[in-house]
Design a protein. Sequence first.
Length: 448
Amino acid sequence: MKAGVMRWGPLVVALLASSGASADMARRRDAVVEVVQKVSPAVVYIGTEQEVESRFRRRSPLEEFFGGMGGGEQGRQKIEGLGSGVIIDPTGIIVTNDHVIRGASAIHVVLADGRSYDAEVIGSDAGNDLAVLKVTAKEALPIARLGTSADLMIGETVVAIGSPFGLSKTVTAGVVSAVGRTFRADNRVYNDFVQTDAAINPGNSGGPLLNVDGEIIGINTAIFGGGAQGIGFAIPADKVRRIVDELTRFGKVRPSWVGLDAVDLTPRAARQLGWDRSYGALVTAVETGSPADQAGVKRGDIVAELGGSRIQDAEDFDTRVRGYPARSAFPLVLFREGATRTLQLTPSEFPPRMVESLAWDRLGLKVKETRGVLALNGVRAGSAAAEVGLEPGDIILRVNNQPVTSADGFKEALITARRGRSVLLLVRRGRYGYHITLPFEQDRGPSL
């Protein structure tokens, strides 16, 4: 009996240890582990290359003489970038940030299993910081499902997967800290973001923020304060869905038009209108026949909420509207005569017929194509354009850093730029170029 125990003792111990390890692993396999195992195959590393002129290398006298012949690439250097992305369609459709791939001459995508592909850009939008890429694979690729951000709860668990500092397949977990967050970074105001305390570092940009069901509830895009601990941001999934659909179908986001002007709500105006809150934007004009007019918006209304989140001021309203492409309806909560009411507003594409009026009434400019360039052929007296000295015959090269060479290109650039408070022009006169900022005059012309 004693010998038998000695013989079977080690096996019993091993079996008990194995059973204990299995039970322990089952206990440790929580929701975060399951999300990672489910979604990580769909998260990709994105490497980019960008060629720029080198400011440091001097060309030799021989190169100067031959103008760089035989060495055209000399004097240029490659800058490498990195980021993350997530596959949302098995045919190879990938979502990432616009700033991850902006200006790239080559884009490489590496899957979690090591497979590598060259990617093409289907479409990108700097205003919403989203881009759609496409890779071609012989077989269906693993995907992550795009969920909704409409029902996010403050405090619910979220998981971020990406490649911070180039360390691929890095996982961090945290909670939803806030929704509808507005913040300022790099001299820009960012609106309607999901805030999380899940660690998000350089290289995480473009990767997914996931709920415990493994659904994408945001695309990680920003770091507050240069990497402050516990503060990261993601573009909410509902906005991602709208923008990705536009980029996939049209290659760009079609500028939307609602046909109203709004200004910041002052405390005095709020008191006069009976509004006892510190947020909101005041409607000052509604274009007859516009989407806003058809929805029932009136001059003097206070815009309180858009898409379920508060509107802080006029800039917040304009930025939020840009997140809804043409024909994408959204709820608008207004305050009028002591009561709130909710309207459904469906923006349309900006009417091309109104662009000339927009340029003349808001900027004081008329343009004309001549000899392959875009020249001014009219400057309205008393306008900001006239005050800075613009004259007929000046050549417009860029609108908000977008090259323009035709009247149609000018119209498209102006439609995109119109929701800003001003527009930056690069103007050439003779041999010299000048950057000029012109304000959109808010008391003239069509509503935006």
